[in-house]
Write a protein that binds this ligand. Structure first.
Ligand code: GLN
Ligand code: ZN
Length: 758
């Protein structure tokens, strides 16, 4: 029974990779220093996994920015516009594709970025053209394989399977289907495999997550062709095909009929599939049981998992079973041992990536070597959590259980509200605003760190934040913004800030998870019933509003996003936890209104990301999510304008649901996709107001007035002018000030020019 790992966090246990990348980008360190940091992380990871007893240790799970972009580079899928950078070192071309390039007279937009399935990890979308060609550049994968081999570890290279790689990409021209590129791509995969085999590779892991999604028969056919071809060319290669994030369901036959050696199943997301898959497994097949949750941080209950392992063993025999996490561990933090502040009681319930690998080994020991003490120790923790007094609050549960329909609805319809609000707010056409945060400078971070360490007092800290707030209020007025924000300087993070003020949350010090590129997030851990202890934002919003006559937006994070960007307790349905948060946010919305705030934004950045991957599960999720949003937003009078904001997303299939949220204004990402998204809103006749992001804040590039003007004109073609707002596509906290000032100045100018045209 092999112990199999699908992928290990690559950012380093203290975010070394983030720091190294950012230092290289800012010109402070050299490329060779960056490369050294990467190498060190990889070697540490491999050695650790060997020490922990993992048999199939992954390589090529490392990436300097994104593993999908690595594949694009590996196959020569480099958009034409980056050709002009051919003279640069490969790393710089790579980072240019990821982040855009605005230097030495060049001005190249970054490639599009989108969420990796239903996670908060973002990948760079491959761009395919009709006559797309592929050319192998295997340097990275091969050198990583050799690196590990030098350490005496024969790794299992992880690659995205050809079908999933194509499906992850986007057709940049009309008139072809990306899957049709397979004929050209497959030979390049075969060259790649040949190289790996030549280096001594025994196992290769092909990730084909689309097998756990709704796919058509062409896709199944493509999978068959791919793996038959690979099998034929490399009869001795051990192919491990990994699926995750949902179950195989109607794709079971398609999967088990593939000529592969091992199939990995996500038995955390979809435990029921085992029952169906087991009897269909061919004789020579191994099953990798994804039993340890790769998407959450709770200790595994061995008592629940061991019978499943035993069942698989009974059908297949020990040697045809593998133990594994449900998916790559990049979605969990590195090491629980680095946590010093989580109380011992709660720490006892948790497992991060490193601990999850230990769990695999322990389960192995219990099953194979009857090491019962591992089980006993585990069961003691599980029981302590179940009986803890920290978790349950009956009055919170009662409130959530007693929802009335009036709790879910605004007093009047949108059209009626729009009239009242236009009257009160008196905004021009194309009102300008931002999404909330302004650059969090090193100075601000340093002060916050000091405050957290107790080196400065609350009073000093608050004075400092006030000063910054005041500066941006003045600055926004000077620039001519119509609706102002306070800048969110008091917030470390849009979820953590609220979590710290709500009950039921606990925070890690080093629980970082990669979100995109060098950006990492530290999801709070929701362990118990949630309630608002005191007002969370009212004082700050009131202060900011007192500095200006212009409307100041109150700024909150919505229930879906708080849930989605946290590690959520697994002892009650997610929807129950989401409703508890919704009520807490509603209380805050009502208090903001009472304090004189006329516009309140409830960010639901993660609504789309939480959408179940399988069609059949979506309706239930959307119903709960929309209800939660409506509960949080519906406690106010008609005059109060509710905004919501959503990030990087594909909304086409859920516009109807977004409309049901009934926010007065929604601001969304559209700029990397050149407003393509708006057509879907137009087709649906989206009734409420909308602010399509006119520039991409995920890249340091400064957009010109003209290009934003063009985007606004495009928007005007499809949506009524009186419903349009002008804003960047997300918050600005990760940007630097100079580019932000320049970009926003241009944005305001673009809004003015468009106003003059109507
Ligand atoms: N208000 C938040 C900010 O501006 C929204 C960020 C987000 O949607 N990711 O940072
Ligand atoms: Zn956003």
């Amino acid at each position: 029974m092999l112990k199999n790992n699908l992928g290990f966090p690559r950012i380093g246990s203290h975010r070394q990779l983030k720091k190294a990348c950012e230092s290289y980008w800012s010109g402070k360190t050299s490329l060779s220093e960056l490369i050294e940091v990467g190498k060190k992380i990889r070697i540490e990871n491999w050695k650790l996994q060997r020490e922990l007893g993992i048999d199939l240790i992954p390589s090529n799970d490392f990436s300097f920015y994104d593993h999908v972009l690595d594949h694009s580079l590996m196959f020569g899928v480099i958009p034409q516009r980056f050709e002009v950078l051919k003279h640069l070192p490969e790393a710089d071309q790579y980072f240019a594709m990821a982040r855009g390039y605005q230097q030495n007279g060049f001005d190249l937009k970054a490639m599009e970025m989108t969420k990796w399935f239903d996670t908060n990890y973002h990948y760079i979308v491959p761009e395919f053209t009709r006559f797309q060609t592929f050319k192998l550049n295997a340097d990275k994968i091969i050198s990583e394989f050799r690196e590990a081999k030098n350490e005496g570890i024969i790794t299992k290279s992880v690659i995205i399977g050809p079908v999933s790689y194509l499906l992850l990409g986007k057709e940049k021209e009309e008139g072809f289907d990306k899957l049709s590129l397979l004929d050209r791509l497959l030979p390049v995969y075969c060259d790649l495999i040949a190289r790996l085999v030549n280096e001594g590779a025994e196992w290769i892991q092909f990730d084909e997550p689309f097998l756990a999604l709704d796919i058509n028969y062409q896709t199944k056919d493509a999978l068959r062709v791919v793996y038959q071809t690979i099998r034929k060319e490399f009869p001795a290669l051990k192919i491990l095909l990994a699926t995750y994030f949902d179950g195989l369901q109607d794709n079971i036959l398609a999967a088990v009929n593939l000529p592969i050696c091992a199939l990995h199943l996500d038995l955390v997301r979809c435990p029921e599939q085992l029952e169906e898959v087991l009897p269909k497994i061919p004789e020579d097949f191994t099953l990798s049981l994804g039993l340890i949750d790769g998407r959450n941080i709770w200790k595994t209950d061995y008592q629940k998992v061991i019978p499943i392992v035993e069942k698989a063993i009974k059908t297949l025999g020990t040697h045809r079973v593998m133990l594994a996490p449900s998916c790559s561990l990049i979605h969990t933090p590195c090491n629980l041992e680095n946590e010093t502040k989580i109380s011992a009681e709660i720490k006892d319930w948790l497992a991060f990536a490193q601990q999850k690998l230990i769990e695999i080994t322990e389960i192995y020991e219990v099953v194979v070597n009857q090491k019962i003490e591992c089980l006993t120790k585990n069961q003691a923790s599980i029981q302590r959590r179940q009986t803890s007094t920290l978790i349950h609050k009956p009055h919170v549960k009662t409130r959530v259980a007693e929802v009335k329909s009036s709790d879910l609805n605004r007093k009047s319809s949108f059209l009626e509200r729009q009239i009242v609000q236009k009257d009160i707010l008196n905004l021009p056409l194309f009102p300008t605003t931002t999404i909330g945060s302004f650059p969090q400078t090193d100075e601000i971070r340093a002060i916050r760190a000091k405050f957290k360490k107790g080196e400065i007092s609350v009073v000093q800290y608050n004075e400092f934040i006030k000063l910054h707030t005041q500066k941006v209020v003045v600055w926004q007025e000077e620039l001519g913004f119509d609706v102002l924000v306070h800048g969110e300087f008091e917030r470390n993070d849009m979820v953590e800030y609220f979590g710290e003020l709500l009950s039921g949350f606990v925070f890690s010090e080093n629980g970082w998870v990669q979100s995109y590129g060098s950006r990492c997030v530290k999801p709070p851990i929701i362990f118990g019933d949630i309630e608002r202890k005191t007002a969370m934002t009212v004082e700050w919003s009131k202060y900011a509003q007192s500095l200006t006559q212009k409307p100041m937006k109150g700024m909150l994070t919505g229930p879906i996003t708080i849930l989605q960007w946290s590690f959520v307790r697994d002892d009650q349905p997610r929807s129950s936890t989401m409703m508890q948060i919704a009520w807490a946010i509603r209380d805050e919305v009502v208090d903001l209104e009472k304090a004189g705030i006329k516009i309140i934004q409830i960010d639901e950045a993660a609504l789309r990301e939480g959408l179940p991957l399988r069609q059949t599960k979506r309706a239930a999720y959307l119903k709960n999510a929309i209800d939660a949003f409506r509960i949080s937003a519906s406690g106010v009078q008609d005059e109060t304008q509710i905004h919501t904001h959503m990030c990087y997303s594909e909304f086409n299939d859920i516009i109807e649901n977004i409309a049901e949220m009934d926010a007065d204004v929604i601001t969304i990402e559209t700029s990397r996709s050149q407003m393509e998204l708006l057509e879907a809103f137009a087709k649906f006749n989206y009734p409420n107001e909308i602010g399509p992001g006119v520039y991409d804040i995920h890249s340091p590039r400064v957009p010109s007035v003209e290009e934003m003007e063009v985007l606004l004109l495009k928007a005007m073609e499809v949506l009524p002018a009186q419903n349009l707002w002008v804003n960047p596509d997300c918050g600005l906290k990760t940007r630097k000030w100079p580019e932000t000032q320049q970009a926003l100045r241009n944005m305001i100018e673009a809004a003015h020019r468009v106003r003059e045209r109507v």
